[in-house]
Design a binder for this molecule. Structure first.
Ligand SMILES: NC(=O)c1ccc[n+]([C@@H]2O[C@H](COP(=O)([O-])OP(=O)(O)OC[C@H]3O[C@@H](n4cnc5c(N)ncnc54)[C@H](O)[C@@H]3O)[C@@H](O)[C@H]2O)c1
Length: 315
């Protein structure tokens, strides 16, 4: 029995990466899918693939951070597919260009928060009444491990931490209507977003490489988008019928490895990553212009401990 048989799903950010993988998987599992993306042209091949395999899907070009677009997404889904019972809020962006809190401008910060956080709130606000009409549903919001640790830019981490908080509030409010709300928190996943970030860092001369990205987890490789789609499927389906208001971390131990930064004896990957990042003043104290205290300490056996804290020193 297909795990989403009879379900009608809206998936945002469906034109690439995790959203595309989830759209194809959800359709294979029997859902009728409304595939939403800002980039409408890239949705066409995804929807065609589903139709060719005998599934049902529609493409909706829309911006999740705009109320009128969100209203249109919900209206078209109801009119062409029926009442939605699954919502995968997956669309997201990272801050382009300047990422540091001292450099990022207001417009770039606003954009990340508008799409990643406000977009999720808008979708929930407009989809929930239809799910209530349908008798219930499952909402899956893509956050990130950046919601819990400083794994990306300040704006991105703030927006994803907001998604975690929003999810808990929505789960509590909507539980009485038989609507479950959870987050999927991916670690490093090989998608266009990750590839663009890597290219941007390389262009800036930062010591990043495929090999370093592969070490952001104990399995020694980045995730495939399909591995995130499978967890989204679990959360969207009745297989997770008792789960709500919870965060589902899928990161191959990246967050668990945060402790490894202060444990040289574990032979942890993070020690090597930190070592390479220590050449970038933005990631380690002291800031640009000040003496590079840690360079001398690199020869000291305790230097790894000292860089294992944000202040670059132990108590
Ligand atoms: N790739 C990673 O390592 C990683 C890690 C943690 C969390 N995430 C999160 O996972 C989600 C999917 O990321 P991905 O890596 O597949 O990214 P991606 O860039 O490959 O795909 C995101 C999609 O969202 C679309 N999109 C962007 N802004 C939109 C808007 N305003 N309205 C509608 N669609 C919009 C883009 O066009 C794109 O097709 C995002 O929320 C991202 O923040 C990614």
């Amino acid at each position: 029995m297909a795990r989403l048989a009879g379900k009608i799903a809206i998936i945002t950010g469906a034109a690439g990466g995790m959203g595309e993988a989830a759209t194809l998987l959800f359709a294979r599992e029997g859902a009728k899918v409304a595939a939403v993306d800002l980039d409408e042209a890239r949705l066409a091949p995804v929807v065609e693939q589903i139709k060719a395999a005998g599934g049902t899907a529609i493409a909706i070009g829309a911006d999740v951070s705009k109320t009128t677009d969100v209203e249109r997404i919900v209206a078209r889904t109801c009119a062409e597919l029926g009442l939605p019972t699954v919502m995968f809020n997956n669309a997201g962006v990272d801050s382009e260009g300047k990422r540091c809190i001292l450099d990022i401008d207001e417009a770039a910060f606003d954009k990340v928060v508008e799409i990643n956080l406000k977009g999720v709130w808008l979708m929930i606000k407009h989809v929930a009444p239809k799910m209530i009409e349908a008798g219930g549903g499952s909402i899956v919001n893509t956050a990130s491990i950046g919601a819990f640790v400083a794994a990306s830019s300040a704006g991105y981490c703030a927006s994803k931490a907001g998604v975690v908080g929003l999810t808990k509030a929505a789960a509590v409010e909507l539980g009485r209507y038989n609507i479950r709300v959870n987050t999927l928190c991916p670690g490093a996943t090989e998608t266009p977003m990750a590839r663009n970030q890597r290219a941007e860092m390389i262009a800036k001369g930062l010591p990043i490489s495929n090999e370093i990205m592969d070490r952001l987890g104990v399995l020694g490789r980045m995730a495939l988008p399909e591995e995130m789609a499978k967890m989204a499927l679990f959360l969207a389906s009745d297989d997770s019928s008792y789960a709500t208001g919870a965060d589902f971390i899928n990161d191959a131990g990246w967050m668990a490895m945060c402790g490894v930064t202060v444990q040289p004896w574990s032979g942890g990957n993070h020690n090597r990553i930190l070592k390479e990042y220590s050449d970038d003043d933005r990631h380690t104290f002291p800031r640009q212009g000040a003496p590079r205290r840690h360079q001398a300490e690199d020869r000291h056996p305790h230097s790894q401990f000292q860089r294992g804290t944000a202040l670059g020193r132990p108590l």
